[in-house]
Design a protein around this ligand. Sequence first.
Ligand code: ADP
Ligand code: MG
Length: 698
Amino acid sequence: MDLSSQDIKFLPGVGPKKADLLNKELGIRSAEDLLRHYPYKYVDRSRFYYLHEISEDMPFIQVKGQIIRFEKVGEGPTQRLTAIFTDGRETIELVWFKGVKYVIDKYKTGVQYVVFGKPSPFNGRFNIVHPEIELVSQLPPPEQMGLQPFYNTSEKMKNSFLNSKMLQKIIFPVIQSIKPGIPDTLPAYLLQKFALMNLTESLVNVHFPKNANALNKARQRLKFEELFYIQLNILQQTKWRDQHFKGFVFGQIGHYFNTFFKDFLPFELTGAQKRVLREIRIDVASGRQMNRLLQGDVGSGKTLVALMAMLMAVDNGFQACIMAPTEILATQHFASLTEFLGDMGVSVALLTGSTRPKARVELHEKLRSGELNILIGTHALIEDTVQFSNLGLVVIDEQHRFGVEQRARLWRKNVQPPHILVMTATPIPRTLAMTLYGDLSVSVIDELPPGRKPIQTYHYYENKRQGLNQFIAKQVEAGRQIYIVYPLIQESEKIDLQNLETGYEYMREVFPTYTISKVHGKLKPAEKDHEMQKFVTGQTQIMVATTVIEVGVNVPNASVMVIESAQRFGLSQLHQLRGRVGRGAEQSFCILLTDYKLASDTRKRMEIMVRTNDGFEISEADLKLRGPGDLEGTQQSGLPFDLKIANLAQDGKMLEIARNAAMEILEDDPQLIKTENRVLATQLRKMKTNTLNWGSIS
Ligand code: ADP
Ligand code: MG
């Protein structure tokens, strides 16, 4: 029986309604999908605790004892039920917000129960919300109380009683049915080489672990498989691309590059900028199409590198363009590039949504004739009416704002795809970059231009606000400008906007003589640009804003970044925001304002921000604290695949092993036609029908 064609609705205990939910909520359609829905954690049910052993970081606790009494608190929808539970020495409160009647009917005082749940600190004590309760007399024998799997479920599923326990019940018969053995999805020689558990045993043990050791081996095998196929897919597509597309050859470093370098460059390049330029130079001369990701912290001087790469294109008779995610950024690039280039005789133009039709027609004409060398713009560049005479290099700034499709359209702007340089200030940890863009070379600018003063970061609570206001006043008197940023997340948009509004009014009261800009996402683009522009040109001293200012804006005179409710921002986002200051010669400051009560993760985030300015350290920490799915940058574009079991923060080593294994196989058998590799080809095909084609991401 082919598990992938076995519809879950025919499994015992499932039926059409549950099947529908599983499909909608988790994308599970077949028995195979079900088997590949791995538990996200396991709990050792063989261990019992005493209440005095509880500590805050325990994910769960299992205690034997009895309920002393029940107590209903409150009325109506806010009503809750509490039970005082004792292990014979101490007591703890059990709490229910739902199902009050059910609980009172079912559980009795004075009966021996096992209570299981997550202890949470509340009012200086611990309680357990919605615990699992079982009769001690009905516990399975100790030898069967092993590792219990926990599955991800959604709120909707839980409401229909499709919880983790139920999933376990549904999976059980499927596991029984595969026990005689199913064909492996990895070739035997790989299992042997890396001493991996076979597929059948791995699936059995990942859902119903025999013991901790078997579970570990099962997980290792499944992680390997997952990472291996991702790499095999990327590497195979890269090979395909290299064979089908030639790259334009920028054979010479010519007049423009040399003149710029000798006579126009206003400062020494940093060592890192030089190194990256060399890397780009090798790529564009190689005859292969360049696909390079340039990572560099905010203010590290990526624009200049982009400009010099574009000059390489111009020197070889090609045009170049640079695409930025917002009009403000495009305009800033245009201003700084034209200033850099002075009267060198390179022709540069700006194209955005607000370019007038007449100017646009003229610009299109100059592009097509080849008179224009460099075009700077927003996504307006992608439109089909924008045609180049000979586009050789595309630079994409702050890439995470663009989708795959938009990038693909740029590829089609010449008979061969142009070289692509993608720039980002969101440092992507190495393991993530390898997985996301297996086919992308990565350059890093890991050095700031000399003379920059590191930004000083402080974490304050509300009680420091008076002092903060005095500090702001002092900075403004000294001629500096101030950002004040409020969080904005969709779910609480109304409240957030209100907070911003209140904050704005408050600042106007405190500083009646200053002018203050207010910028948020609800403004029309033109209004937003207008407000931003006022700040950029120094007409306003303070800018109160949501995170719309996050990307790339350059106001060197701004020296203070105040982040309100900083606990609600992720690390990378905090770092991005902080990068808006520290761009001029003045000492800059970042103030993180938070609530008094902080979760331990949040406290760690603040500590890291205060401790370091290093974007890479921060993004590694971010990956560890939040997991890759949440990482900004990938969050917007979305990982092109789901990682079901591997964890990029922890499995970097295995990723490398899997990648090398995939490379070796492709070296030896690029088409995967050898008998022993047939299973690889089959699996890859299956994978590709399940996901969109993301191998050609630029
Ligand atoms: P980002 O990497 O954030 O895009 P920019 O390219 O905007 O950074 O550069 C930030 C500032 O640093 C700009 O004002 C730029 O002119 C300046 N800069 C770039 N390279 C150097 C350098 N080697 N020495 C001094 N200043 C530099
Ligand atoms: Mg930039």
